[in-house]
Design a protein around this ligand. Structure first.
Ligand code: ADP
Ligand code: MG
Length: 602
């Protein structure tokens, strides 16, 4: 029901798309314009993935269009090779080049990445313009039109179908990718990279992948362009074109796939109209359209930050939101494999004199403690005692100054966060790190990343459906377990902060951990919710889970834990069974002192 309804606009769109060139009244000029819009959309789709979703800004996409265009131009005219072969060849060149450029420039952070893309955009442009074999600034002409099943695509109306076939395929594959296991990883890159690493996601690798993906789409656009135009020269592949593509992505809505189409159409149509009208209005032939364009961009950025597409879908979005809670959970699917559990009482975590210095501040001062299977250990202490830092040392988020951490007999302190996750360490964060615009279900499915092997290719081609169903089923199961079964399709950011913490627990559980580290899970929960959480944690302990718990609610901690470690100013003050700690004079003084101090600040 839901699917068939939401497909209606898509079907209408495709029918119009197919019919347009068949209508005799459609002017040739429109067809040409639509062809350019299609070519631009391919490039902009790449930018949606790279910039809008992945958060990596590139001004240099036009250079990859150039690679695709020049490869086919050169090898079809000079060597007489088949254009279908040169398509693959161009994609090959683009893959190699984008891999190398990506590996170099993606390591640059902040402003350096966009600057890097400008640099390569410029250098490739001048390379095209200066190479004798590529015809220097005159370029290459005499490119043959494409033939499909013996039909020549020389006419714009014929080329139109091939271009839009590629556009639809690109949209289809990108929508598929974004709704898959690798897609969720990609959607975490912009705002949740550190969190993603803690769930085993290799963010650097995914950055290179989306960089290559975007470059390959641009390269296809270049191949189509060359055979439509029948000639290539450097100017359409310069920095201006790269900036224009980015502009289209922003105008349409940089993070939405359909926004790419809308942005390309709007920008190209406005540009064309400006070129028609400005010279007449201003009575000059000077190039004023770029100036008007700049002003328009500023206005869009000011008033429609999420692009035009967000306004198109907003009314439908509201309807879907109100229906969200009524939607059924994802269908049952075979359970994901579980890792073997340690036997009860087996040593799980051994923290040996770990130390962390931030400049002169000793945040964690040679802390040691142990945790065995089926045990809940509480780590308590006033604010600033070093509890969260201890978590970050154990999970590899921060490097140790010195000391040793062993997990099931294996050293952790030499491993990366994502490798520690792989061994079976799951965690939550004191400052909630969910992806707020992603559904609760998908946020939790992200936690199960390592329990599946769906590749970018499988996600793109939609061959991952059974494995995706397993992931979503697992996520739903964990959400049911923690009592959030009614919020599966809610945007995570819409939940109360206390509930978001519980979503984090579900996400950690979806990773099938042996050891669970919870940083203030009960903060912001109401009394009944705390009781329910306490129940869940006891149940997990029954099942043999080991839990390290940071929590300020003493009643909650005392009732739940087998063992307590008390920290103050980075140093271990005491440890022992909760009952003993409760009456320990040193603890009382430091801890109550801390509480008093807090009260005084409040
Ligand atoms: P807790 O979780 O017990 O409240 P934290 O581990 O967050 O305490 O902080 C311990 C101390 O380390 C605090 O004084 C805090 O300001 C400091 N600290 C934590 N993280 C950093 C950091 N990345 N850089 C510098 N100082 C830090
Ligand atoms: Mg903390």
């Amino acid at each position: 029901m839901k699917n068939s309804l939401s497909r209606i606009p898509l079907v209408v769109f495709i029918v119009i798309l197919l019919a347009l060139p068949q209508l005799a009244i459609t002017p040739e000029f429109w067809i040409t314009q639509l062809n350019y819009i299609g070519l631009a959309t391919l490039v902009v789709l790449g930018l949606v993935l790279l910039t809008g979703v992945g958060g990596l800004t590139s001004f240099g996409q036009a250079a990859f269009v150039g690679i695709g265009a020049y490869t086919t131009a050169y090898f079809t005219t000079q060597m007489g090779w088949s254009p279908w072969f040169t398509l693959l060849l161009g994609l090959g060149f683009t893959a190699i080049l984008s891999y190398i450029l990506g590996a170099i420039s993606l390591r640059l952070s902040g402003h350096f990445l966009p600057l890097g893309t400008i640099a390569w955009g410029l250098s490739l442009y001048y390379l095209f313009g200066n190479l004798e074999v590529l015809g220097k600034y005159d370029g290459i002409s005499g490119i043959e039109p494409l033939q499909v099943f013996g039909i020549s695509l020389a006419a714009g109306r014929n080329m139109y179908y091939l271009i839009w076939l590629f556009v639809l395929l690109a949209i289809w594959s990108l929508v598929n990718l974004l709704a898959s296991r690798p897609g969720r990883a990609i959607r975490s890159l912009k705002d949740g990279a550190a969190m993603a690493e803690s769930f085993g996601i290799n963010t650097a690798a995914y950055k290179i992948i989306i960089f290559m993906y975007a470059a390959l789409l641009a390269s296809i656009s270049g191949w189509l362009y060359a055979h439509m135009q029948r000639a290539v020269s450097p100017s359409p592949f310069g920095l201006n074109a790269g900036i224009e593509a980015l502009f289209m992505a922003v105008v349409g809505g940089a993070a939405s796939v359909w926004g790419a189409l809308v942005g390309s159409a709007v920008v190209l149509i406005i540009k064309d109209q400006l070129q028609n009208w400005l010279p007449r209005l201003l009575d000059t032939n000077a190039n004023f359209e770029m100036i008007v364009f700049g002003v328009l961009l500023v206005i869009v950025l000011q008033y429609a930050r999420d692009g035009i597409w967000s306004y198109v879908v907003a009314p439908f979005q509201r309807r879907r939101d109100s229906r969200a809670e009524r939607l059924a959970p994802p269908p049952e699917a075979p359970l994901l494999p579980q890792r073997p559990r340690p036997v009860s009482g087996q040593m799980v975590l051994e923290v040996d004199a770990i130390r962390k210095e931030f400049g002169g501040l000793v945040a964690v001062n040679d802390i040691s403690f142990k945790l065995s299977a089926g045990e809940i250990v509480g780590l308590i202490g006033p604010n600033g005692a070093g509890k969260s830092t201890t978590f970050n040392l154990i999970t590899g988020v921060l490097p140790l100054t010195r000391g040793k951490v062993e997990f099931l007999g294996q050293r952790l302190d030499t491993l990366l966060a994502r490798d520690i996750a792989r061994l079976g360490v799951g965690r939550t964060f004191q400052h909630v790190q969910l992806l707020p615009t992603m559904s609760v279900l998908e946020n939790v499915a992200l936690g199960a990343h390592l329990r599946s092997d769906v590749s970018v290719l499988a996600g793109t081609l939609h061959t991952d459906r059974s494995r995706e169903a397993q992931l979503l089923h697992e996520a739903a199961r964990q959400l049911e377990r923690v009592g959030l079964g009614d919020y599966l399709y809610e945007q995570a950011g819409n939940l109360a902060l206390g509930q978001q913490r519980i979503v984090e627990i579900a996400r950690a559980l979806a990773a099938d951990p042996v050891l669970l580290l919870l940083d203030e899970p009960a903060a912001g929960l109401r009394f009944r919710e705390k009781q329910a959480l306490s129940q869940v944690l006891k149940q997990l302990r029954e099942e043999g889970m080991s839990i390290l718990l940071v929590e300020h609610d003493m009643e909650f901690v005392m009732e739940l834990t087998n063992h307590l470690v008390v920290m103050d100013f980075g140093t271990k003050l005491a440890e022992g069974p909760p009952a003993e700690i409760q009456t320990n004079p040193a603890v009382l003084e430091a801890y109550l002192g801390g509480v008093d101090e807090e009260a005084a600040h409040a």
